[in-house]
Design a protein around this ligand. Structure first.
Ligand SMILES: Cc1ncc(COP(=O)(O)O)c(C=O)c1O
Length: 408
């Protein structure tokens, strides 16, 4: 299994949409075959359409706020006395996270498809918030499926969705988290696909949703590639790009443009509570391949192949599966995967917020933990970049509960 140079990651599948012959595919009910084929045809046409690309780029610039800042974390670097640490502050994008790129492109596609309604899933609430924002901008009626547990723990984003006029459907089945929200959203789409477009909030699901999400979010690495060249005059050798991994969209978006360089990709999964068997880290913990949400991937499962329980302090990473693209990057050894537990993520949030003017949410705090662990072992000539893809304000209730107070 190899990654082909000069070919986009999203196009490295066989005719059955399987990456490396093992991951991905379209394992969907018969009724979804036609809507998925239609969407695939439309996207295949649009991604080559100069007018559409111009429209997308204008939205990225004037609506999303691209490019987001790329900054050196001088205080953190001085404190750790090792590699230079930088952050790509994607939380400065409109709405506060990377999910705005995917949501905007999905709304553009929905308009082209002549749909008036759009539905989506959300865990941390950002995918839902961004879809509700973009839907409002483009005049689409929006419905968001969100686990009841996540509704309680991600209040600020829930309030934003309501303010944008979205209907929130609380999902009370299963673990009441992202996995159940995605399932319910897909179930809804099966019965409403004639009138409604579906946006999957990460690089998961049937192949076309993985493609659209990765293609949209890749704008982050296009921005970063230029910013890194401006800062260093070239792409530094073995530059390390650290990103948290839930479904995997921010990491793919962060790495895509660097695929053919010698940049090192490190994905950080959610290790869950300390001293517990529960986690949301299928790649780090040697999970087996199974089918989840229409695609083959490494997935946390029991002996009978039933999807297993997960636990993480961070709602955005609390998902038993992982994008087939990451499974492919792991098996080809193009990326390395590790995990940080809840306590380590909280400590990283505290240190970064104390020393710097950014305050990462609990998802990127997992990646900051790895940066804090790695930096002192590296030379000062080496460079680490962390994708700071969300802001701690959405986690203020959890942080207050765990640490006694919240200060941004
Ligand atoms: C801020 C933030 N980072 C990361 C994630 C994880 O998702 P993904 O791996 O698709 O980027 C989420 C998901 O909601 C999120 O809100």
């Amino acid at each position: 299994m190899k990654i082909k140079k000069g070919k986009l990651l999203i196009d490295q599948h066989d005719k059955n949409f399987m990456y490396g012959g093992k991951f991905g595919g379209n394992f969907v009910p018969e009724t979804l075959k036609k809507p998925i084929d239609d969407l695939t045809k439309l996207f295949t046409k649009l991604r080559k359409d100069k007018k559409f690309l111009k429209e997308r780029d204008e939205c990225f610039k004037s609506y999303v706020g691209s490019p987001t800042p790329f900054i050196k974390l001088e205080n953190l670097t001085d404190y750790l006395k090792g590699a230079q640490i930088y952050a790509k502050v994607v939380s400065e994008a409109n709405g506060g996270a990377h999910k705005i790129y995917n949501a905007t492109v999905h709304c553009l596609i929905a308009k082209k498809a002549g749909k008036k309604f759009i539905v989506g899933d959300t865990g941390a609430g950002y995918a839902g918030k961004m879809l509700s924002m973009a839907a409002k901008k483009f005049g689409l009626k929006c419905k968001i499926f969100m686990g009841a547990k996540d509704i309680k723990r991600q209040r600020p984003n829930v309030e934003a969705m309501k303010k944008n006029g979205a209907t929130i459907v609380p999902v009370t089945t299963g673990s009441q988290t992202l996995v159940d929200a995605v399932s319910e959203c897909m179930r809804y789409w099966v019965s409403n696909c004639d009138t409604t477009h579906m946006c999957v909030g990460s690089t998961v699901g049937p192949n076309i949703f993985i493609k659209i999400c990765a293609w949209s979010t890749a704008q982050i690495s296009r921005e970063l590639f230029i910013q890194v060249k401006e800062e260093f005059g070239k792409i530094p050798r073995k530059i390390k790009l650290l990103n948290c991994v839930g479904g995997g969209s921010s990491a793919i978006g962060f790495w895509n443009e660097f695929m053919d360089t010698d940049a090192e990709f490190v994905g950080i999964e959610a290790g869950g509570p300390k001293n517990s068997n529960l986690h949301a880290a299928p790649l780090t913990n040697g999970s087996k391949i199974g089918i989840l949400h229409g695609a083959a991937q490494y997935v946390i499962q029991d002996k009978e192949g039933q999807i297993g329980s997960t636990e993480s302090i961070s709602a955005g990473l609390d998902y038993p599966g992982i994008s087939p693209l990451h499974c492919f990057l792991k098996d080809t050894k193009r990326a390395r995967y590790t995990s940080a537990n809840d306590e380590e993520a909280l400590k990283a949030y505290q240190l970064v917020s104390k020393l710097e003017n950014i305050s990462p949410s609990l998802e990127p705090s997992h990646a900051f933990h790895e940066a804090i662990r790695l930096a002192p072992r590296l030379k000062s000539s080496e460079v680490i970049i962390v994708n700071s893809c969300g802001d701690s304000i959405k986690d203020k209730d959890i942080i207050k509960q765990k640490l006694g107070s919240y200060k941004r």
